[in-house]
Design a binder for this molecule. Structure first.
Ligand code: ADP
Ligand code: MG
Ligand code: MG
Length: 210
């Protein structure tokens, strides 16, 4: 079936941590151009702690697992991305509740709630040059894929492609939120670090949730 077990959700978080560790220097390089050169270090520290927190938690339902990850990110990652990624995971955890597996539709609802949480927290809109610009198209594409009758893996494949496209589209944007917005016109021509990292979150989902 297309149900996502807690084992798969656990693998998703771990895969994201792995990708962040791999891309840490790249993310920091992107953030050095339009920020303060800490995005890779911030997320690597947070996701390393998140994986450790799942090790401590042991077997748990989908909601408690993702809530744990969110709480750990809030407490270990400073700056803008800590509360934003923390809220993303906390909202997903709240929507899913203490269940052993979730359907593709429930996963879609969780991703949508995560996106809504990011917006509630950071007030970003389309084309503000933030993580929103990669994550929102990914959530839209996932929901549209399910509506078109695609299975989980194919819908996640579409989400991954949409996230990558959204990430790339941030390069010509003028930043209107976060640190990069202080640069005004000088933010143009640089790929957004948060859009880059959230595309890795979607890629990790496509790698593991099946
Ligand atoms: P900081 O800017 O505090 O050093 P990070 O470098 O970890 O934090 O994260 C920067 C990223 O956070 C940006 O690339 C952008 O994608 C994201 N971001 C910043 N402000 C917002 C916001 N208000 N809404 C959504 N995303 C944001
Ligand atoms: Mg930064
Ligand atoms: Mg910072």
């Amino acid at each position: 079936t297309d149900d996502v077990t807690t084992v798969a959700l656990d693998a998703w978080v771990r895969r994201f941590a792995e990708l962040i560790a791999q891309e840490r220097d790249h993310l920091t390089e992107l953030d050095s151009a339009i920020g303060d050169a800490d995005h890779g270090a911030n997320l690597d520290r947070g996701m390393t702690a998140a994986v450790a927190s799942l090790d401590d938690l042991g077997p748990a339902g989908a909601g408690p697992m993702l809530t744990k990850v969110g709480m750990t990110l809030v407490s270990t990652v400073g700056g803008a991305s800590g509360p934003l990624y923390g809220t993303l995971f906390l909202r997903m955890g709240t929507v899913l509740g203490d269940v052993p597996s979730v359907s593709a539709e429930q996963l879609g609802a969780a991703l949508r709630a995560g996106l809504d949480g990011v917006v509630a927290r950071g007030k970003a809109q389309a084309e503000d040059k933030t993580m929103y610009d990669a994550f929102a198209p990914a959530v839209d594409a996932f929901e549209a894929g399910l509506k078109d009758g695609l299975g989980l893996a194919d819908a996640l494949g579409r989400a991954r492609a949409a996230a990558d496209e959204g990430r790339d589209a941030t390069t010509p944007m003028l930043a209107r939120k976060g640190r990069a917005s202080y640069l005004g016109e000088r933010s143009v021509g640089h790929q957004d670090p948060g859009a880059t990292s959230v595309a890795l979150l979607v890629a990790a989902a496509a790698d593991t949730l099946r």
